[in-house]
Design a protein around this ligand. Structure first.
Ligand code: NDP
Length: 315
């Protein structure tokens, strides 16, 4: 599609999780008049979470979606221009940098802060794809409600899988949890909670062979990867909680990334290899991936952008 409009700004922020909104708050307070495009999932991954108990400042915890509404309100109050739209293409070969929104409008911005986050990974089975939305889901908090009083399965063994299995255990009769090794990756406290929940049934050394069902999920075929034993478990819902991948596709070839697609930043800063392009949050962090670390790196990105703009005499 041809570009129908263009706009020149000083500071563009792409993404609306804790990193993007924090960058917007800092950039707005520094009078950079930031424009933030929210992307596919305004508010980011926290909008599909329930209780956030580990974000400092909320002694009683807070609901993820509520927290992100607060982040947005604060950014707006500081003067950030928050817009709905998806960055679909970039050209970082010139300065100012070019970013296309919805394959249509082109933004030219001196500084660009990439805060596009990460998305859920899938197993890659044909049946998983075919039945996505018909019993297959990557978000227990979003879709668990549909399986009240029913049996479900979940695959994964990290903190996300543990959290989602516990969430589902409160709604569903039985949660069958498939773990590919003989141990869980989740933190000790989460493991204990899972192991002590009577209606979570753990299957160790277990791979998912196929999700079964024609129009709706009716079961899942699993295989023990030690013994080769194959079993069919009747379930109505199948949840995938096996980690995330960074949302960095449109930046490939422009900024340096690792083999998994996480953007590389200069250690201790938010700078990428491209002058004036910064990265913050989960798109550049495969280790910590917490709301508070994402927010912290969003702050770093805005401060780095402000200094860089100042060094170029751009105000
Ligand atoms: P992780 O990468 O930590 O875990 C992914 C899990 O999925 C692993 O157990 C992995 O198995 C399993 N897995 C990956 N691919 C497959 C596959 N193809 N088939 C079967 N199993 C598979 O991702 P999470 O999303 O759980 O967590 C990400 C980060 O966020 C972590 O640092 C976590 O601590 C943090 N987090 C913290 C929370 C909290 O503090 N409340 C809540 C949620 C997440 P294997 O172990 O064999 O590699």
């Amino acid at each position: 599609m041809a570009t129908t409009a263009s706009e020149k700004i000083h500071c563009l922020i792409i993404g609306s999780g804790p990193a993007g909104y924090t960058a917007a708050i800092y950039a707005a307070r520094a009078n950079l008049k930031p424009v933030l495009y929210q992307g596919i999932q305004p508010g980011g991954q926290l909008t599909i979470t329930t209780d956030v108990e580990n974000y400092p400042g909320y002694p009683e915890g807070i609901q993820g979606p509520e927290m992100m509404v607060d982040f947005e309100k604060q950014a707006v109050r500081m003067g950030a221009d928050i817009r709905y739209g998806i960055a679909t293409k970039v050209d970082f070969s010139t300065s100012p940098h070019k970013v296309w929104i919805d394959d249509d409008k082109m933004i030219e911005s001196d500084a660009v802060i990439i805060a596009t986050g990460a998305s859920a990974k899938w197993l890659g089975l044909e049946s998983e794809k075919r039945l996505n939305g018909f019993g297959v889901s990557a978000c227990a908090v979003c879709d668990g409600f549909f399986f009240r009083g029913k049996e479900v399965a979940i695959v994964g063994a990290g903190d996300t899988a543990a959290e989602e299995a516990l969430y589902l255990s409160k709604l569903c009769t039985t949660v069958h949890m498939f773990i590919r090794r003989d141990q869980m990756r989740a933190s000790k406290v989460m493991q204990e909670r899972v192991l002590n929940t009577p209606n979570i049934k753990i299957y160790w050394n277990t791979d998912t062979d196929e999700v079964l069902g024609d129009k709706q999920v009716t079961g899942v075929r699993i295989k023990n990867n030690r013994t080769g034993e194959v079993q069919t478990i009747p379930v109505n819902g199948f949840f995938v909680a096996i980690g995330h991948q960074p949302n960095s596709d449109i930046f490939k070839g422009w900024v340096n990334m690792d083999e998994a697609g996480y953007i590389k930043t200069v250690p201790g800063t938010a700078a990428t290899n491209v002058e004036g392009v910064f990265a913050a949050g989960d798109v550049q962090d495969k280790i910590y991936r917490q709301a508070v670390t994402a927010a912290g790196s969003g702050c770093m990105a805005a401060l780095d952008a402000e200094r860089w703009l100042g060094s170029k005499g751009i105000h």
